[in-house]
Design a protein around this ligand. Sequence first.
Ligand SMILES: NC(=O)c1ccc[n+]([C@@H]2O[C@H](COP(=O)([O-])OP(=O)(O)OC[C@H]3O[C@@H](n4cnc5c(N)ncnc54)[C@H](O)[C@@H]3O)[C@@H](O)[C@H]2O)c1
Length: 344
Amino acid sequence: MSIKVGIIGCGSIAKLRHAPEYKANPYVDKIVFFDRNLERAEELAHMFGGSVANSVEELLTDPTIEIISDCSSNEFHHIFSAKALQSGKHVLCEKPISLTIEHATEVVEAQKKSGKKLMVDHNQRFTRAHQKAKEIIENEELGKVLTFRTTFGHAGPEHWGVNKTNSTWFFKKNRSALGVAGDLGIHKIDLVHYLLGDEIEQVSAFQGALDKVDEHGDPIKVSDNIVCSLKTKRGRIGTASFSWTYYGEEDNSTIIYCERGILKIYHRDEYQIEVITKEGERVNYQLESIQTNDNQTNSGVIDAFIECVRLDKNPLVSGDDALSSLKVILGILEAAETSRVVTI
Ligand SMILES: NC(=O)c1ccc[n+]([C@@H]2O[C@H](COP(=O)([O-])OP(=O)(O)OC[C@H]3O[C@@H](n4cnc5c(N)ncnc54)[C@H](O)[C@@H]3O)[C@@H](O)[C@H]2O)c1
């Protein structure tokens, strides 16, 4: 089986994850790149082999292309991903699925009508440590989950995106819209839903643009930090913090406190999972490190998506999963803006 893939948006995520992982996948034989900045598409076609399309329509009307990776910036996901599904393509959409519930629902509906596969790149579900942690939680090796805390922070997207300046779209209200919450927070909300097999139902939060400035030196109009309290449907309570100002070192850690002990994930470099029992016994797991902005390893997402398409399997992250994480993020932002507890 040989699969032809189209990639829309040829910035950092396409260059560092989608293109190399498609290229490494034995079932993919051709990649066609499109970016409204043609040079970026040409650069990736040159780096990874493949060709360049001149428009999104050219990709979507090509009957030989089966899969579209939507790696455009956030405000276009609902347009490109929905159109691609309506054109009969399987779609791997970058997170967040969209910026509003209405737009996200359009993508989810397009998937349901088309019967094609839709996966949203909530890649935290795919890491070996998170998969092992889910197994430990599901088997109730430490009893039931009581509370949790999670964080995701790095030095900011002006160091990551293809535009490495403070004029990056990640800082623009009309383009990223959700700020650090939609960039990093949504990964951890999805992870909490996945690990706990539960959904966040109530939230409260504080936010701020504490340090980042735009190209004019003015504070950015989206938040660079959010700290929140979360309560799930099954009554678990936890905290989460998302930051673009963790200077010096990235933090992607989660701690789950259970009836009979603690599960620490990505807390130390040496061991990706540490289990500490109520009796003080320690079990350390050496699994693979998580990808950081400076250390890209295979995320497993592309291979998993290709497998879904080849073997007609359901993706590990559905459109509905992505929609429920988006609802929580919008609730967190509302809670921070209104200083109220918000029920999702
Ligand atoms: N899953 C993850 O861990 C992860 C990590 C980083 C970024 N992302 C997501 O990936 C997406 C892209 O982020 P990035 O870091 O690559 O950003 P980026 O700024 O590096 O690249 C975005 C690219 O998309 C192109 N683009 C934007 N709008 C377009 C349009 N209408 N038509 C054609 N091309 C268009 C831009 O020209 C640019 O080359 C975002 O939605 C982001 O949230 C996901």
